[in-house]
Design a binder for this molecule. Structure first.
Ligand SMILES: [Zn+2]
Length: 287
């Protein structure tokens, strides 16, 4: 677990695939409960706690959400949270799809998120941060696991083609070659952006200016490709991957052109954003 996470007791796992972030949340829960002394090895997979977690029988990992999102359900969670752990000295509540809790239910969890009983942790997952109360978000530590996954997910043939296409088009003399892992991560984010996950995708833009620049250029090319596809009635760019066509059905030519402009402007004015928050504010306003 990264250093800054160690003192947190409520986490918000954000991403596009609920299944994937739920899985990540479960691993985080196992890590919190793992009794291996060397914290770098947690979850160790070998201690009694990890074995129970692996078998999905750990009595102190409470999976919540999953259709049980009423105020009464939240009250039940709160009641549970004040009971002592069954095995060790910690217990974890995983609230899957936390955005499915309505405002009233979310309000009911504010107090416990703010100040959980000792040894109690909350791990919330969400694919739609905008459906969460800002007061819930501010009480949790945000984690974006898909960002890290993207960087390690290299090496199959399809990805190689994408890298070739996107680095080829957007490397330039001034900046040299773009790092391939950044291009690939940007491409994947572009796909989720155009596949309907606009708001969430914006949150995943990198904070580092040089990396953001790569993202903008990849997004520009992606918008342009969608635009070309739409106005030529289905001419798929060479080497486009299989999701591309599907994504194109969801978006109009006009919209694609509009996105192109937004990302071009972001790219050209990248240096003028005071910080990443200013950038997010610009993108959220435009999109
Ligand atoms: Zn362990």
């Amino acid at each position: 677990m990264a250093n800054e996470l160690k003192n947190a007791h409520a986490f918000l796992i954000l991403g596009r695939s609920l299944a994937r972030i739920n899985e990540y949340a479960y691993t985080l829960a196992s890590e919190i409960l793992c009794t291996e002394e060397n914290e770098k090895k947690r979850p160790c997979g070998k201690c009694a706690s990890c074995i129970m977690a692996k078998n999905k029988t750990h009595p102190d990992i409470n999976i919540c959400g999953r259709g049980r999102t009423s105020v009464d359900d939240v009250r039940e969670i709160v009641r549970e949270a004040y009971l002592a752990p069954n095995v060790g000295d910690k217990k974890v509540f995983v609230l899957e799809g936390a955005d499915k809790f309505n405002a009233q239910s979310q309000n009911a969890m504010l107090k416990i998120l703010e100040e959980p009983p000792k040894g109690v942790y909350f791990v919330l997952t969400s694919t739609n941060k905008n459906a969460l109360l800002p007061t819930v978000v501010s009480r949790t530590f945000p984690v974006f696991p898909e960002e890290t996954e993207n960087n390690t997910d290299l090496g199959n043939g399809e990805d190689d083609e994408i890298i070739r296409q996107y680095t080829g088009a957007y490397s330039d003399a001034e900046n040299g070659e773009f790092p391939t892992e950044t291009v690939l991560a940007a491409y994947k984010l572009a796909k989720s952006f155009f596949d309907g996950g606009q708001k969430e995708a914006i949150l995943l833009f990198p904070k580092k200016r040089e990396d953001a620049a790569v993202y903008f250029r990849v997004f520009m090319l992606f918008s342009r490709n969608v635009f070309v596809y739409k106005i030529t009635n289905g001419e798929i760019p060479e080497n486009a991957d299989i999701d591309f066509k599907k994504i194109c059905t969801k978006i109009s030519a006009r919209k694609a052109a509009g996105y192109y402009e937004i990302f071009e402007k972001a790219y050209l004015n990248n240096d003028e954003f005071a910080n990443s928050n200013a950038l997010y504010a610009y993108l959220s306003e435009k999109i």
